[in-house]
Design a protein around this ligand. Structure first.
Ligand code: ZN
Length: 183
């Protein structure tokens, strides 16, 4: 089932999300819905707060980019109760977008490598190191769990320039080819 994406102005996007337990109701169905919603909106990542659920769960699918970046060939995963324990490597700037910020794209600086501890969809615990585009996608989605949006990470001058665009989204002045709402 395609879920509705909550856009900028929705309080849920600013909350710190909570960990979940393996008995979280209909977790499998939720994960399936998140992949479906992400694919239908051409996203490469989707965090639960973006569909209105303040829980520490996100899905990623970098495989559509694998032609340009072969390291993403198998990067289709579920991250539950994730904890980034280390960010390292050089700082890299990349132009990011977000399903919750329709029409906005900004350069965001992030570390090139991360170490992350998380549970997969079967609640098996992992600790992995990611780099490059995979680390970029994970850091973006992980931010959603802490109520952070990529626009919070741009330079103060850019943020100033963005203010009116953000206000417009919060007032419903945006267009997107997927189901979204403020709420
Ligand atoms: Zn996002």
């Amino acid at each position: 089932m395609i879920r509705t994406v909550y856009v900028y102005g929705s309080p849920v996007l600013r909350k710190v999300a909570q960990n979940i337990t393996p008995d979280y109701p209909q977790l499998d169905a939720l994960i399936t819905d998140m992949f479906e919603t992400m694919e239908q909106s051409d996203g490469i990542g989707l965090a639960a707060p973006q569909i209105g659920l303040s829980i520490r769960l996100f899905v990623v699918d970098g495989t559509p980019l694998a032609d340009d970046d072969p390291t993403l060939k198998d990067f289709r995963k579920v991250f539950i109760n994730a904890q980034i324990t280390e960010r390292f490597g050089e700082k890299v700037i990349y132009n990011e977008g977000c399903l919750s910020l329709p029409g906005l794209h900004e350069d965001v600086e992030r570390e090139s490598k991360i170490r992350i501890r998380y549970h997969d969809e079967k609640f098996v615990e992992h600790e992995d190191v990611y780099e490059g585009m995979a680390a970029r996608i994970i850091q973006h989605e992980y931010d959603h769990l802490d109520g952070i949006l990529f626009t919070d990470r741009v330079s103060p001058i850019r943020r100033q320039l963005l203010r009116s665009k953000l206000n417009a989204i919060a007032k419903g002045k945006y267009s997107a080819n997927y189901k979204c709402r403020i709420g």
